[in-house]
Ligand binder design. Structure first.
Ligand code: ADP
Ligand code: 5GP
Length: 205
């Protein structure tokens, strides 16, 4: 099965939220999949906007009912992607973008052939630290742990189709837009239109 699905992974603080918010406003056909998590909301986060915030029992219930396309534990919290959201929207002709960690990305790639995978990198460790601190949403210990996880995650860049180094925001926007545009040019994403064109030539025979 080949699908119009984009997977984005990056160490926390690299700029994923900033970049993906831009992308979904830029492309009407692109929908962001809101994950489920047992993490507590951070800053101004709202239930149903950044995440669906649920407790561990509810999360386990969803695992048992096979309602997640993938799920993983990250920094002591559970995260999962709704299978129904992804399948229904792809079936209705949308592209879906997932913001998931490296473990989840691997699980999705194992199930869905043709998903476009993108790894976002901060331009340096020092800049990642600066961005996490500037965001001011977590205490020093949490930031220290996130940076330790980032050191491991960063080494997985080669498992992805594209690497976007998020240094200058405008350049990153441009590069991501180009990736989504070329993703949409794949035959699988244009099947309906291609069928109409072929029909206008008198069909397949
Ligand atoms: P993530 O979703 O990956 O955790 P955010 O989008 O919340 O990251 O970005 C973390 C911080 O870095 C935010 O304060 C954001 O405004 C800032 N930021 C994101 N991209 C850039 C960039 N290219 N240059 C400078 N600051 C950035
Ligand atoms: P944060 O707590 O900073 O929002 O996210 C922590 C990490 O969890 C990030 O790497 C983010 O991409 C990842 N994440 C968010 N949602 C999901 C999900 O549904 N599944 C998986 N596997 N990871 C997720």
């Amino acid at each position: 099965m080949r699908e119009n699905l984009y997977i984005v992974s990056a160490p926390s603080g690299s700029g994923k939220t900033t970049l993906l918010q831009h992308l979904v406003t830029k492309f009407d056909h692109l929908l962001f999949s809101i994950s489920y998590t047992t993490r507590t909301p951070r800053g101004h986060e709202e239930d149903g906007i950044e995440y669906f915030f649920i407790d561990r029992d509810e999360f386990q219930g969803m695992v048992d009912r096979r309602e997640f396309l993938e799920s993983a534990e990250y920094h002591g919290n559970l995260y999962g992607t709704s299978r129904q959201f992804v399948e229904e929207n792809i079936a209705s002709g949308h592209a879906v973008i997932l913001d998931i960690d490296v473990q989840g990305a691997q699980q999705v790639k194992d199930q869905i052939e043709g998903a476009v995978t993108i790894f976002l990198m901060p331009p340096s460790f020092t800049e990642l630290e600066r961005r996490l601190k500037e965001r001011r949403l977590e205490d020093d210990e949490t930031i220290r742990r996130r940076l330790a996880i980032a050191k491991k995650e960063i080494l997985r860049y080669n498992d992805y189709d594209y690497v976007v180094i998020n240094d200058k925001l405008d350049e990153s926007f441009g590069l991501l837009e180009a990736i989504v545009r070329s993703g949409s040019a794949r035959p699988i994403c244009q099947e309906e239109r291609i069928r109409e064109i072929i029909a206008s030539f008198g069909g397949m025979d």
